[in-house]
Unconditional design. Sequence first.
Length: 169
Amino acid sequence: MLAILHLLMTFAANLFKSRRQLEVENLFLRHQLTIALRRAPRRLRLHGSDRAVLVWLTRLWPSLIVLTRVVQPDTILRWHRLGFRAYWRWKSRGQPGRPRISRELRELIRQMSKDNPLWGAPRIHGELLKLGFEVAESTVSKYMLKHRGTAIADVADIPPQPCGCHCGD
């Protein structure tokens, strides 16, 4: 972060220098860079801020790409593509989990389940699809009322049948 701030301050200070002075300073800095690169290890370790500055400067002034000495020009272009890809991957990420359904739809599922105790999740799901609601059958099942202790015979008014095992029931 400090390197970027230093770079911006140097840039602002260079606005007040003469063209001749800037050319001499540029030549001096290039010579120092050549010396440093001769002694540098085969692979330099750059910080993310260094990469960001190189990408940013070459995006503003594309002609600088041919002047790179620290890294290959293709490397800077690759960093830019990776940054672009990461940005759009982050921008288009989805929300995790199931999409939320409205309270009205949850109440409708419960009401249909209450009014029609013989209907299961597939039937209620089908009816909701006919009404234009896009909801999964598992979601319908999740929000249905649980009919515990209510036998089908009680709901349908079917008289109990003898079991047929001669036990007296």
